[in-house]
Design a protein around this ligand. Structure first.
Ligand code: ADP
Ligand code: GLC
Length: 493
């Protein structure tokens, strides 16, 4: 048996402490699964001001801690920690950087101008914590642009450290569109050398690009589904950094995310009105009725109900749904339950729909975890018309809730949903290729007609979907292989 590994994860969000999207689900869950498989884990996050320390059992862990940034600037912070599932979650407290109402931007969705400093600091603080405590990781696993400086710090400054010299680095890309591209004026604070501000490393048309440098310096690079790994090598999917990924050859891999079935399984979900499983779906009918009641929809079990839970950003393709929605609701007997927030125009559009289509469309603007569970359980179908989707978690949750996904065949959506075959009844969902309102309209129509006209197929698909297994164990085993590969690469340098 391979020996257990010591793994440091650095992330800008992780459940249950802070979450804006799927990154938090992964960064909060994967460590606990790896712990369960015998590894030793330390997860370092920002201590955002609004995190309820008492609720999470945060206690003082390490203070004071001085962190050297570039230009001889030493910044001081304190570290608080909580143990969850045998994993130490260490939260770096620096109120100047992290005591703000939202994670990355203000209420108007303007990025905080000092984001590169905030997350460069977090990343260096995580490494400093290892040094201060003499905790020597085998692997440092960073996520997205926010912590993508980690591999470069290790290689440039810590290659000979007692604590960090042996650490291999792994970068996981959850979304290649966010690269952390900021003015070069931040470079001195970041604290890497001038000779790394080159087009091969961090420089990008005169700006600093965190993700690009991470791709260059990490021992191995991963993303969150095999199809997205392929898509990101191309000129469109790669958002400008595709060629740098291509250079990494076999050291760039896609590993599908797992999901946390302790949190997202209708057989055990305490957040939904009734529990159910594939053997007995009566609880699902209850969930549907309760959801209809809560959102002011007509309480009918013979009308298909389509759910949407999403960030309203270009990626998610809800602007493709917007023009299709009127024709769908006028032309078909179908209901919608929509939850999300983000783009103000889309918020206004979806927020006013219930007034236009009373009893047919229910919508809530905002972030509401409880309602997200209700929609997964109460809907018959779940719509994700994403332009691109690195992995996507909601469609995987939907499968387990017997709520058939209607998805654009891209990234992880394509890897996790099996296309319905009208002849045989096979499949677990409905997929379309083109990113157009027409395709959204027609594919919703296909699902709706299957609900009405091929009901036996629909019900068999539900049960098939519920039996699909995307638990973390399989993905965790793939991460173990990735870590060992990173160690081999690191040792060969
Ligand atoms: P992304 O990370 O790109 O937003 P994912 O599908 O990986 O997409 O993850 C989205 C996660 O965020 C899911 O757990 C989903 O339930 C949750 N989520 C997104 N928007 C909302 C919302 N408005 N209210 C509650 N949960 C939401
Ligand atoms: C990103 C992606 C999403 C993925 C999540 C977790 O937020 O947009 O598709 O599921 O990261 O990896």
């Amino acid at each position: 048996m391979d020996r257990p590994l010591r793994i440091l994860m650095i992330a800008s969000e992780a459940v249950p402490f802070a979450k804006t999207g799927g990154l938090a689900d992964v960064a909060g869950t994967l460590p606990r699964v790896l712990r369960g498989r015998g590894h030793e884990l330390l997860v370092v996050l920002p201590r955002y001001g609004w995190i309820d320390g008492a609720r999470h059992g945060l206690r003082p862990f390490h203070a004071p801690m001085g962190v050297w940034m570039g230009g001889g600037v030493e910044e001081w912070c304190a570290v608080e920690a909580a143990e969850l599932g045998g994993v130490t979650f260490a939260l770096v407290r620096h109120d100047g950087h992290f005591d703000r109402p939202l994670l990355y931007h203000d209420a108007q969705f303007n990025d905080y101008q000092d984001n590169p400093r905030r997350f460069a600091f977090l990343t260096r603080a995580a490494l400093q914590l290892c040094r201060d405590r003499g905790w020597a990781p085998d692997v440092v696993h960073v996520h997205d642009w926010q912590t993508a400086l980690g591999p470069a710090y290790l290689k440039v400054w810590h290659w000979n450290d007692a604590a960090l010299g042996g650490a291999a680095s792994v970068l996981t890309i959850h979304n290649i569109a966010y690269q952390g591209r900021y003015p070069a004026t931040h470079w001195p604070y970041i604290g890497l050398r001038e000779d790394h501000f080159t087009p091969d490393d961090f420089e990008d048309h005169g700006a600093t690009n965190f993700l690009k440098g991470g791709i260059r310096f990490a021992d191995v690079v991963g993303t969150v589904s095999p199809t997205y790994a392929r898509e990101t090598l191309g000129p469109i999917g790669g958002h400008g950094v595709g060629p740098y990924l291509a250079r990494r050859g076999a050291d760039y891999v896609g590993i599908l995310n797992g999901v946390d079935y302790a949190e997202w399984d209708p057989a055990v979900d305490r957040k939904i009105p009734a529990r159910y499983d594939a053997n007995d779906l009566t609880g699902k009918a209850t969930c549907k009725r309760e959801l209809q009641r809560r959102l002011g929809l007509e309480e009918a079990d013979d009308v298909p109900l389509v759910g949407v839970v999403s960030r309203f950003v270009e990626q998610k393709g809800l602007d493709l749904l917007a023009p299709a929605l009127g024709p769908i609701v006028r032309g078909m007997r179908v209901q919608f339950a929509i939850l999300g927030s983000g783009d103000q125009q889309l918020e206004r559009f979806f927020g006013t729909l219930p007034r236009w289509y009373p009893g047919r469309v229910g919508a809530r603007i905002g972030y509401d975890d409880g309602l997200a569970h209700w929609i997964e359980a109460g809907a018959d179908c779940f719509l994700m018309p994403s332009r691109y989707e690195p992995c996507g978690l909601n469609q995987i949750y939907s499968l387990r809730y017997g709520t058939l996904p209607i998805v654009r065949a891209t990234g992880g959506l394509d890897d996790t949903v099996e296309q319905y075959d009208e002849r045989t009844g096979d499949g677990t969902g409905f997929k379309f290729a083109s990113a157009t309102p027409g395709a959204v309209h027609d594919t919703v129509g296909w699902a709706v007609s299957t609900f009405y006209d091929r009901r036996a197929h629909f019900e068999a698909m539900r049960r098939r979907a519920m039996a699909r297994d995307f638990s973390w164990d399989r993905s965790a085993a793939a991460y173990e292989r990735l870590y060992r590969r990173a160690l081999a690469v690191h040792r060969s340098l």
